[in-house]
Design a binder for this molecule. Sequence first.
Ligand SMILES: *[C@@H]1O[C@H](CO)[C@@H](O)[C@H](O)[C@H]1NC(C)=O
Ligand SMILES: *[C@@H]1O[C@H](CO)[C@@H](O)[C@H](O)[C@H]1NC(C)=O
Ligand SMILES: *[C@@H]1O[C@H](CO)[C@@H](O)[C@H](O)[C@H]1NC(C)=O
Length: 254
Amino acid sequence: MRSSTLLTLLTGVAAVSASPLPGRQEVTTTTTTIFSSSGTSSTTPAFPIHSSCNSTLSRQLTRAFDETVTLASVARDHLLLHGQSSPFVKKYFGANSTTIAPLGVFSRVASAARGKMLFRCDDPDRNCATQEGWAGHWRGSNATQETVICDLSFAPGKRRWLDQVCGLGYTVKGGATNLFWATDLLHRTFHVPQVSEDAVHHYADGWEEVLGMAEKGDERSGFDSDALIYFAIDVYAYEVAEEGRGCGGYEMGN
Ligand SMILES: *[C@@H]1O[C@H](CO)[C@@H](O)[C@H](O)[C@H]1NC(C)=O
Ligand SMILES: *[C@@H]1O[C@H](CO)[C@@H](O)[C@H](O)[C@H]1NC(C)=O
Ligand SMILES: *[C@@H]1O[C@H](CO)[C@@H](O)[C@H](O)[C@H]1NC(C)=O
């Protein structure tokens, strides 16, 4: 039973990878096997990277997406294991919240079919060239499944890797939500309907608003971009980076 389920899963994924992508022959369609903390494995499709990303940029993006999947998988597994009793769930999504929404979002980031979504390194909308400080952008109505990553994203010191979480004075409360490649790309995937089904939005802006929204029992918390990012990185800090301690930067129990 188990192996036939696995076979079905693998066949399904192979069919997705092998399906023709009209006009997108340049897109990478390899698959990555992710091992979850429970020791089981599932195959997850890679995020498609456009040929405008040269080998240097493409390799960094591949690593960054692997970390994004890791971040989402750790969050998903935490939700499956602890459900509503998790203090992180109570903190970021509310004391009486359901985990169904964040669980769906993180599962889709980790494992949903990638369809026609695409990450590119050229500047088709000229936003990298003309918008001061933009490190990337969702293409919105110009190409709703596409995201541009500007050269600025690759600048030295701009983004950190997950193994730097809890290092260099970082705290979840005090750190920017786009400090890490994984948290930055998590946010960018939330904008892409192929992943988020257009259900994740910006309702709260920053730490205080996220906590305020959860405290009020606002049901949008589980669909809020910042709440989802803070939850994911706080759980990662606590479970992986500095196990059993984390680096929240706030009093535990608050
Ligand atoms: C790739 O593109 C970046 C940014 O445009 C550039 O700095 C880098 O030198 C390029 N790498 C290669 C191998 O061409
Ligand atoms: C869409 O393209 C137009 C024209 O190239 C550009 O001005 C606009 O900023 C683009 N929209 C987004 C969301 O980038
Ligand atoms: C959660 O539910 C309990 C029991 O129904 C209620 O007393 C409490 O006010 C609720 N809290 C929020 C934030 O909605």
